[in-house]
Design a protein around this ligand. Structure first.
Ligand SMILES: Nc1nc2c(ncn2[C@@H]2O[C@H](COP(=O)(O)OP(=O)(O)OP(=O)(O)O)[C@@H](O)[C@H]2O)c(=O)[nH]1
Length: 430
């Protein structure tokens, strides 16, 4: 799988944005691989290219889970102070010191720090785990120091705490394994030195550990799979939206393009002209040239349709080069072309039209059946106007009329008309 183009709402600041790829097939490959990852049974695997993006995506969720877990945990520990009078009546004072003087302020400090810090996630996870482990350790210490059998209830409380940690903190598997091992070890020591002794006590402790830790790990994995699946679904949705946008763009491009010459077609040229007119300052001049190849039917008839196509392509390239931006060229159909030039002046007009005409003659495409010259030539009708959007059509009609005059005057000519100065009307011959 290659690099994905990722975008859309909800992007976190500073998120890695892989280079976008545009080909339809590559995006299809990415979509197929995402589908495969989503259909897979068991653990949902994130494709290698998306691992960083997945980590970025879930970072905020994991950070929030940690601080919430510490705050809720602190609340539970403090609330359970009520039970100390029954569980460790002989160590009540110590138990209250642990809960109210150590765990409560420390929990609040750790919560505040987790909310504020921008340090790495793994460091935050280690701090949150250490806080919970400290609580487990203090409960174990009460079990060891108390003579009350009821203190053993703290062993169950510690396992419940472990379950809460594993599920609520969205920890990676490696950290869950370390955490579970340390808690089991602490409980084993507490039980071994606690107030109650009977031969199978350690075994019971181990069984309780397995019964509690097993489902906790299962729940942790299920939640992680859900996070991954949700991420992949969103990624697939982004990819589909991007595919659709690219297809829409491609269709729009194709609909505006002449496939033979790769110039804009009539629709494309009109759209380009509309955009140019929007950007023009009021009062600016624009010119439109209508261009027709001379005796093209004779060329087709004698040299064949294939040669005619090739000639059209070469003429199109020559005109596009001669027009140069901001001039835009389009193929209006058959052997007819048009050029739109924004911001041109009265003085530049004849030179511009002549440049277009000469560019085709310079190709020196042999045309022995032209009654005008031995090579392919064009006739150009060009008009200068000062348009508003509504009278561009009128400029086209005027340019068509000028082209007709150039044809009538013998072809291979330019006929110019300045509609802003009606007295001007010139014809030039190549
Ligand atoms: N090869 C090729 N020929 C085309 C294409 N489109 C139109 N034509 C041909 O262009 C020719 C146009 O001929 P006419 O409209 O009679 O014009 P002309 O022979 O150039 O004569 P004048 O314009 O009066 O100089 C016709 O033979 C069309 O078949 C095309 O895409 N490819």
């Amino acid at each position: 799988m290659g690099e994905y183009a990722r975008y859309g709402s909800g992007d976190a600041p500073g998120r890695r944005r892989p280079v976008s790829r545009t080909t339809e097939t590559t995006m299809q490959d990415d979509a197929t691989e995402l589908d495969r990852a989503l259909e897979g049974r068991g653990r949902v695997l994130i494709p290698a290219e998306l691992k960083d993006a997945f980590a970025d995506d879930t970072l905020a969720v994991r950070r929030r889970a940690l601080s919430k877990s510490v705050l809720l945990g602190t609340g539970f520990y403090v609330a359970f102070a009520l039970g100390d009078a029954f569980a460790v009546p002989d160590r009540l004072q110590l138990a209250l010191i642990f809960r109210l003087a150590i765990i409560l302020p420390l929990g609040l400090v750790v919560f505040y720090w987790l909310r504020r810090t921008r340090c790495s996630l793994i460091r935050q996870q280690c701090v949150a785990c250490s806080f919970h482990l400290l609580v487990v350790g203090l409960l174990a210490l009460l079990v060891v120091l108390s003579e009350s059998v009821d203190a053993l209830g703290f062993v169950f409380a510690s396992y419940a705490l472990l379950m809460f940690m594993v599920i609520s903190m969205a920890l990676p598997r490696s950290l869950v394994a370390v955490l579970a091992s340390v808690v089991v070890l602490i409980q084993a020591v507490a039980v071994a030195h606690g107030p109650l002794r009977y031969p199978t006590l350690e075994l019971h402790n181990l069984m309780i550990a397995i019964v509690i830790i097993g489902p906790a790990i299962f729940a942790n994995r299920a939640l992680e799979s859900d996070r991954r699946r949700q991420f992949l679904l969103m990624e697939r949705e982004r990819l589909r939206r991007r595919q659709l946008a690219e297809q829409r763009d491609m269709l729009a491009r194709l609909a505006a393009l002449d496939p033979l010459t790769e110039l804009a077609n009539r629709r494309g040229l009109n759209a380009g002209i509309a955009g140019d007119l929007d950007r023009l300052t009021s009062g600016a001049r624009v010119a439109i040239a209508m261009i027709d190849i001379d005796h093209f039917k004779a060329y087709n008839d004698h040299y064949g349709h294939g040669a005619g196509d090739e000639a059209l392509r070469r003429v199109a390239r020559a005109l596009a080069e001669a027009a140069r931006p901001p001039g835009r060229v389009g193929r209006m159909g058959g052997e007819e072309f048009a050029v739109f030039v924004p911001g041109i002046t009265h003085h530049e007009l004849p030179l511009y039209a002549e440049r277009l005409r000469a560019s085709v003659q310079r190709l020196a495409l042999v045309h022995h059946h032209s009654r005008t010259a031995g090579v392919m030539t064009i006739s150009v009708g060009m008009v200068l106007g000062c348009p508003t959007s509504s009278d561009v059509q009128m400029l086209f009609e005027a340019a068509d009329a000028a082209l007709y005059r150039a044809k009538k005057a013998g072809r291979n000519q330019v006929s110019i008309e300045d509609l802003t100065r009606p007295d001007m009307n010139a014809h030039r011959t190549g």
